[in-house]
Design a protein around this ligand. Structure first.
Ligand code: PLP
Length: 416
């Protein structure tokens, strides 16, 4: 195995690390939770100063005519560039759960003769809740079928077996929040199309880490988080992708910002004909503006380079875990083949939560814990070093051998 120092020295992305904020009080912090909340781009502070300081502070309501109204679409277009969408096909709104609800109901209503929604047990819990809610609120008697892919060696085969001519909609996370399993977008879309159904994708755990080409993969509709690998900040709005030919889709939560001209203040104003019809109320100007720096950095870096490093980092972590942690009860629970994996790795241990707390509190290393027994390690290539990977595995071994599990066993933080 090549030395981490050598790999860091020749890393073409190493310059990007300095474009993120690093705390003076924790200069050695190893942050491996960018798959949950990305680091802060340095540029974000300038954007905040502009939007809150100069624009809100001085220009007040005039800000709406000086750029605020364009933000959902302008930043949406940048995300579109990252995922192979055309201008006008991506827009920022609310959060991933609400965006998923809007597009799920829209898709169900466009397909009224079919009754089943298919998703998988490893989908994000909120997505599954939202799909149940969409089924209820579409008012067409849909049922949600959750297929168990966690125990399946071949999730694609399990999915194909479930698809039939009653399937209205398939809704999947491109990369599973837990195991890191990654679907092949094009393969799933083609299988669904053959049965006359549609797929609604959640790109939260892949956008900004994995190359996505929505056009080439024939994605019709998708949503995604902006606060993970896009580094948009806590609670940043989500994005919706609606392919430009999806004209029959109607926003189920219509409101003034989705109408043709919100400023006629006319409740019978027709829905906009472009993607802005999926807006409802006032855009989240401040947090939406903060998304731009992170997306621009990814565009500068190039998603292919980002992905190349993601694979190197996560493959290295998996190999080191196998070599050094197997005898201590750890087991990698993510796909070993990177073709089937996102940019995070799930590591099983019966006392995973205690190990995670020891890493955070005794070693300045931040992974996250997903109950009951999984630690997730997210490798955000723009700021993670090869040396971070080696140090993490070393510290896990040292902590466990030094009795850390006993020290942290009964502690339960609110956010795991
Ligand atoms: C895959 C996935 N989908 C949806 C969500 C929920 O996003 P939001 O809270 O923005 O609705 C998350 C949150 O982490 C997620 O990981």
């Amino acid at each position: 195995m090549e030395s981490a120092a050598d790999l860091d020295a020749i890393d073409e992305l190493r310059v990007f690390r300095e474009r993120f904020t690093h705390s003076d009080s924790e200069p050695d912090l190893i942050y491996l939770d960018g798959n949950s909340l990305g680091r802060q781009p340095v540029e974000a502070k300038k954007v905040l100063e502009l939007v809150v300081g100069a624009q809100w502070g001085e220009r007040l309501i005039r800000g709406w005519n000086e750029g605020w109204l364009d933000i959902p679409l302008r930043v949406g277009n940048l995300i579109g560039e990252l995922i192979g969408a055309a201008d006008g096909e991506v827009i920022l709104a609310e959060n991933t759960s609400v965006c998923l609800f809007k597009l799920a109901v829209a898709k169900l209503k466009a397909q009224p003769s079919r009754t089943t929604i298919i998703t998988t047990s490893d989908n994000f819990p909120s997505d599954i809740q939202v799909l149940h809610s969409a089924a209820l609120n579409a008012g067409l008697g849909h049922i949600v079928r959750v297929i168990d892919t966690e125990l399946s060696d071949d999730p694609m085969a399990a999915l194909c077996e479930a698809l039939d001519d009653s399937t209205a909609l398939v809704s999947l996370s491109h990369v599973s929040y837990r195991s890191g399993w990654r679907w092949d977008l094009a393969e799933v879309n083609q299988a669904a199309t053959k049965t006359g159904s549609s797929v609604l994708w959640d790109l939260s755990h892949s956008v900004g880490a994995i190359p996505i080409d929505v056009a080439a993969s024939e994605v019709e509709v998708a949503v995604g988080c902006t606060y993970k690998y896009l580094n948009g900040g806590p609670g940043a709005p989500a994005f919706m992708y609606v392919r430009s030919d999806q004209n029959d889709l109607i926003n189920p939560i219509s409101g003034w910002f989705g109408s043709q001209d919100p400023f006629t203040f006319d409740p019978s104003s027709p829905a906009a004909s472009d993607i802005t019809r999926f807006l409802t109320g006032t855009p989240h100007v401040v947090s939406a503006a903060l998304i731009q720096p992170g997306v621009e950095m990814l565009l500068d870096a190039g998603i292919d380079s980002v992905y190349r490093k993601s694979v190197q980092l996560s493959d290295r972590f998996i190999q080191l875990c196998d070599e050094q942690l197997g005898s201590l009860g750890f087991e990698v629970r993510s796909p070993i083949n990177h073709v089937n994996r996102g940019s995070h790795v799930a590591l099983f241990h019966p006392d995973a939560q205690a190990v995670g707390l020891a890493l955070i509190n005794e070693a300045s290393i931040i992974p996250d814990f997903r109950p009951p027994d999984i630690l997730r390690f997210g490798f955000a290539p723009l700021y993670t070093r090869f040396a971070d990977v080696d140090a993490t595995v070393d510290r896990i071994r040292e902590l466990v051998m030094g009795g850390a599990i006993q020290r942290w066993q009964d502690k339960n933080p609110i956010v795991p």
